[in-house]
Write a protein that binds this ligand. Structure first.
Ligand code: HEC
Ligand code: HEC
Length: 372
């Protein structure tokens, strides 16, 4: 028995970065206004994994895919004896060989599907153009992304259990080796060539660089925002000046045509107020609203509001099922607080709504002293 160098510094750093990145991005996945961070870290995970794939095809002892054990009979024997007397592997055992390939594949699938969701649903990122053509599939891609991410997490979970069981029952050195790099056994040590060392440096260096770059330059190409601010005043001056008099200027894409027509034809009795206009002005605004209603928008909010309404009749955005669903976790007392006053005061929390921007990253809860 001798001390064998098994995992290079690069493999170990990759492993560590991947754990940290996955945990952080998973925790961020449900926090809407931190979506940019989720996306940035997702891209970094993609780069880390791509390098790992190339690393697997290089002649790096133990790490190369050729040194993995994919033999199903060995896998069955390994699993059957998992609590008993099983063979100790220096490199990857059959279970971890399969787990690692599965994690790389599911990780990459999570990243790619994530970039597709970012594009189709948010109109953001390198695939932002997909929002125009594929917005009707946004839910499908989101489900797919969640499926891959959950499957990825499931394999990670199995992998951790495997390592812990191995350690408890067999004093396996797997955990120590992925930290320190060494195992004890009978085999030759890993030796990296100069080229492999340079490649390893590039792997870790470019991943760190990408992270810092994406966080420091929010308008980078990988996270670019295709949603353009709308100048409603320039588009229809009357709409802008008239409909902002009493409340937030609601972007036309937040309600379907039918609702706008109903509302505009009954301005004398507008939520208890008289907002009536002369016939010409009314028709100009009505035409503008109908032309830009939810049906003609590819935005997530428009598409989802439209789908949620179905045959319900409403002229209030806040009465649409989608609006209700997205705001149900916000305490009523927050809406009633001094700074907000009403649910309809969208701009208190969606600071760019009057420019037609409802991106997740623009959501900012005002400090009302009793946030959820
Ligand atoms: C005289 C004041 C006044 C004017 C002018 C006015 N509104 Fe309103 N509007 C109200 C009030 C009051 C409400 C109810 C707000 C609430 O529920 O908190 C409302 C609610 C709305 C809502 C529903 C908001 C929600 O809760 O989802 C929409 C949509 C709306 N107005 C559109 C318009 C449009 C379009 C125009 C321009 C043609 C307009 N309003 C002009 C007073 C006005
Ligand atoms: C008290 C703050 C607050 C107010 C007022 C508010 N919102 Fe929101 N809104 C939020 C928060 C927080 C979220 C994110 C909820 C989540 O995590 O899903 C959100 C989510 C949304 C979404 C989903 C985002 C998306 O990408 O589709 C839409 C659309 C939206 N709000 C529209 C509105 C409109 C329209 C109004 C006014 C009629 C409004 N909100 C008023 C806080 C607010």
């Amino acid at each position: 028995m001798s001390k064998i160098y098994v995992w290079s510094l690069f493999t170990r750093l990759f492993h560590l970065f991947l754990i940290v990145a996955f945990v952080v991005t998973f925790l961020l996945s449900d926090i809407e206004n931190l979506l940019s961070y989720h996306a940035a870290i997702g891209y970094v995970i993609g780069l880390l994994l791509l390098f790992r794939v190339v690393w697997g095809f290089m002649d790096v002892k133990f790490s190369k895919f050729k040194d993995f054990n994919f033999n199903l009979r060995d896998l069955a024997e390994y699993m059957l004896n998992i609590l008993g007397n099983k063979k100790e592997y220096i490199g990857h055992n059959p279970a971890s060989s399969w787990a690692i390939v599965a994690m790389i594949a599911l990780g990459l699938a999570s990243v790619v599907s994530g970039v597709v969701v970012y594009g189709t649903q948010e109109g953001m990122g390198i695939l932002s153009f997909l929002n125009i053509s594929l917005f009707k599939n946004m839910d499908f891609f989101e489900d797919l992304h969640e499926f891959f991410a959950n499957a990825f997490m499931f394999v990670i979970f199995i992998h951790i259990i495997g390592v812990l069981v191995d350690r408890m029952f067999h004093k396996s050195q797997a955990l120590d080796s992925i930290v320190g790099g060494y195992k004890h056994g009978n085999s030759e040590s890993l030796k990296l060539t100069i080229f492999q060392k340079l490649f390893g440096l590039l792997w870790i260096g470019s991943s760190l660089f990408l992270l810092v770059y994406l966080l420091a330059n929010p308008s980078n190409i990988l996270m670019a925002d295709a949603n353009k601010a709308v100048d409603y005043k320039a588009e229809n001056e009357l709409f802008e000046s008239e409909c902002i008099r009493c409340h937030t200027l609601y972007p036309p894409f937040l309600l379907p045509k039918e609702s706008w027509v109903k509302m505009m034809d009954n301005l004398e009795n507008h939520f208890g107020d008289d907002a009536s206009l002369d016939e010409a002005d009314k028709n100009s605004i009505k035409k503008y609203l109908v032309k830009n209603a939810a049906e003609s928008s590819t935005k997530e909010s428009a598409y989802k509001i439209l789908n949620s309404i179905k045959d319900r009749e409403t002229i209030a955005i806040t009465k649409t099922p989608y609006w209700e669903k997205r705001h149900k976790n916000i305490e009523k007392s927050i809406f009633k607080s001094k700074k907000i006053a009403a649910e309809s005061n969208c701009k208190a929390c969606h600071k760019n709504i009057e420019q037609g921007l409802l991106n997740d990253k623009d959501i900012k809860m005002p400090d009302t002293g009793n946030q959820k």
